[in-house]
Ligand binder design. Sequence first.
Ligand code: CA
Length: 730
Amino acid sequence: MNPRYLGPVEAVLVAVILLLAPVMVALHGGTSPMSASGGEDIATRLAATDGVDGDKIINADANPGDWLSNGRTYSEQRHSPLKAIDTSNVKDLGVAWQFRTNTVRGLESTPIVVNGVMYVTGSWSKVWALDAKTGAQIWAYDPQVPGQWGRFACCDVVNRGVALWKGAVYVGTLDGRLVKLDAKTGKPIWDINTIDRQRPYTITGAPRIVKGLVLIGNGGAEYGVRGYITAYDADTGRQVWRFYTVPGDPRQPPEDAAMAAAMKTWSTGNTDQKWWEQGGGGTAWDSMAYDPDLDLVYIGTGNGSSWNRNLRSPGGGDNLYLSSIVALRPDTGELVWYYQTTPGDDWDYTATQHLILADLTIDGAPRKVIMQAPKNGFFYVIDRQTGKLISAKPYTTITWASGVDMATGKPIENPGVRYGKLPSAQVPGPIGAHNWQPMSFDPQTGLVYIPVIDGSFIYAQHKELSYVPGAWNVSDFAQLGQMVLAGIEKGQAPPPFKGFIRAWDPVAQKMAWQVEMTGAWNSGMLTTAGGLLFAGGSDGIFAAYNAKTGEKVWSLDLKTAMTAPAISYEVDGEQYIAIAAAFGGSGGLGATSDANTPVMKNGNNEGRIFAFKVGGTKIVEPIKVEGTATIAPPDEKVDPVLAKKGFDIYHRNCAVCHGVLLASSREVPDLRHSSPEIWASYSDIILGGALKDKGMASFADILNKDDVAALRAYTLQSAQAEWAAAHPKK
Ligand code: CA
């Protein structure tokens, strides 16, 4: 039965059956082996995970129908050798199946596919094994992350995927655990803690497994943690090594030679500011790559904790190894070389962005390179054996530096870019010119495809000049909010962020072509040997482009935003494309209300995994849920002085999820549209943690009753103003 040849009524019926398939399987109990039409049964398919190991991943091209590791290969090129779908037949691409995750927060997962079984993660670190041919659920695993931990997730309660190794699935959980699951049943084999549970660490990244060691880092630098990456024995979970990315307490002996060297680049400057109490940052929360020939594993590190160097290292210094690429020996964690993209970072210019290994011909000579487009706006091509910079050019507009000095490898900072008494407006901002969304390298075109963000940000110093444990220790979002508000009142709203796909020639260091997207926060990239680039947008449109020219050759409105990258795989001789869809992540949470997003149109952010094949259905319905109508806010008199105080408290503690000036992206509730029950329960929620299981944590450790009253005054004042504007008195 091929849906391509069906009439509209039949096509709808097929679509309904496809939609119901996961539900029907769930009713029959997910773990029993099922017969997949026309192929092996699921038990046989699942057995193939036993054979996934280093040799298999190194030789990934021998099994082009699988997607064995986060970036498909250790080189993380995110290029599929499959070519049954190409520029001539992509016009007939449609939905093969979809799977509802029943989650409402961000999805950033790269699915892993082995022999027709897909392993994919969702918000709150949930994991599903699906029949990659039908979308039927084989098993589901929920690590039961406490909702309270959502407060420590700067950038949503997301997860970027699992790793597979010898019949087991490995997932890092938001609350800092590493869990090994039986790939056939989803049952936990071991569940270990990787963090100091007294500090606000999170894990959102996908583990990578190299030489039998599971590598996992963590996040938390916006709050205050010390970054590190740890290697655990894949069999036993025993810790084999840990590499810290920044030095600890200088009164203690350094852990290793790398920390002894780094210590010299941090300074308290005769103040009582102690970076080791703030954490220092440098968290390795996402990117890794591995070169088996050079036997080097590459890790990207993040920003400082606190953001501002004046707070964490007032004596100055480069603050190694913040915002760096570090090359480590996989057996020992020993540092072999490092390259720091942003010395003495002040701007959240992380270098945790996607790392790609490739062999390029540069000036007539073959070079083994590592490539990165970190937040700071420069595209780096580095010799991956030595760490020596080959070239660096801006891939978008930047204001903070005029270039990179090829002699020192350091950026040439423009005057006045650091902020202290005066704020500093820069491009890019902390969201970066490119964030975590993976790029792709297409060996056929020789191009790297970058999801680029264009936007400015005002950095400002905390007035209090102090670090607050467990709180946001970034630049002053309250000052930012006030400056934005003052601008709006003068008719000068900040220009909206823009998003692009840029095809970048890494040898010539110049753009080959670009496509402007509807919004700024879009999906990661996939290229295929069919000559195609696949990418999705915050507007819900999933599209294919000619990888050489940028011509759009296919698109489908999924009525669900995408930030995750797509993958490609094959089952029973047929090629599929798949993507996890839902709005989310820092740019999803932090985005202000945007009428173009499906979240706003549908009134919800229900997640789903889509798979596509030639001849699939082109009918995609939005997921509608009830109960999103707005109601009038309480008709109370608000004290404007209290509301002003609430403005500052809100922007320091709440705006990162609920939106600047209360304009939420609707991934989490817009507080202006609260129910009477919520308006009556501010204290119970903010101090008592009444909604902590839903991810709204208690803030009783940093806010008090007076703060809550001020917060409520601010939100109510705004809600009343919005309601009055929408309902003018007759
Ligand atoms: Ca950061």
